[in-house]
Ligand binder design. Sequence first.
Ligand SMILES: Cc1cc2nc3c(=O)[nH]c(=O)nc-3n(C[C@H](O)[C@H](O)[C@H](O)COP(=O)(O)O)c2cc1C
Length: 264
Amino acid sequence: MLSSRPQATLLAAASPTMTSSLPTLDLLMRHRSIRRFTDAAVPDADVQAAVRAGQAASTSTGAQAYCVMAVTDPTVRAALVPLAGNQRMVERCGAFLVICGDTHRHRLACSDAGQPYEAGFEALLVAAIDASLFAQNIAVAFEAMGYGVCYVGGLRNQLEEVDALLGGLPQGVYPLFGMCIGVPAEDPLPRPRLPLASVLLRDRYPDDATMRNHLADYDRQYADYLATRGTEARGWTAGIVPMFAKLKRAGLAAYYKAKGARLD
Ligand SMILES: Cc1cc2nc3c(=O)[nH]c(=O)nc-3n(C[C@H](O)[C@H](O)[C@H](O)COP(=O)(O)O)c2cc1C
């Protein structure tokens, strides 16, 4: 069950260099995205510790198909704001990371061995999966240190421009999303998740009537949650429809293909 974190507890845990003593499960259940940060910087030692934790994640056959770009130049950070849907937290957070699927090293290894690089869609999937596991370990590591984090998928709005701003990424490197990190300047309640029974399935997928019942329950809970945040109290499904009822970021496949990804 999700629980809220009292303000005092949050502040006690918000010392960036302090290792949290929260048990892991408790830490995971207390997650909520943080979008407002204090001016405190994130020391490079903490970034390194979190990225090492990211590297400890499981990885497809050891491929480690990821890299992370720490964007430290304030002018680049400022330029990323409009490219990421005008999300000001990109420049206002203590540290900003760009997480990429990375098949470049594999290409170098094949090339140096005199072999072609012939990997297809599977390699793109491996890169996206590995990079996501890597990123989530990084996020949890930062939270364990008392920081707040927020992923930034808005980074995929204009990937060609992001790529150029990052100095021109080599073939096989696919920026996937950003991550803001910093000392929290807000303490939102954790966002409720789908009912467990709609996610944890036993042996077969439930029929649509059962699933719709779960969604109706969740819509009510979700609207209550949004009301606590002072935003429009609507159900979860009402927010999902505009996300998936039309094609978004239509140029993505072309960009990733141009970077060497294959969709076959
Ligand atoms: C890959 C990814 C991209 C995201 N992109 C954004 C974003 O661009 N802007 C934002 O405010 N939140 C973004 N989020 C945060 C989600 O909105 C958030 O995780 C979700 O609503 C659940 O809320 P919680 O993290 O507070 O539990 C992103 C999350 C993920 C996993």
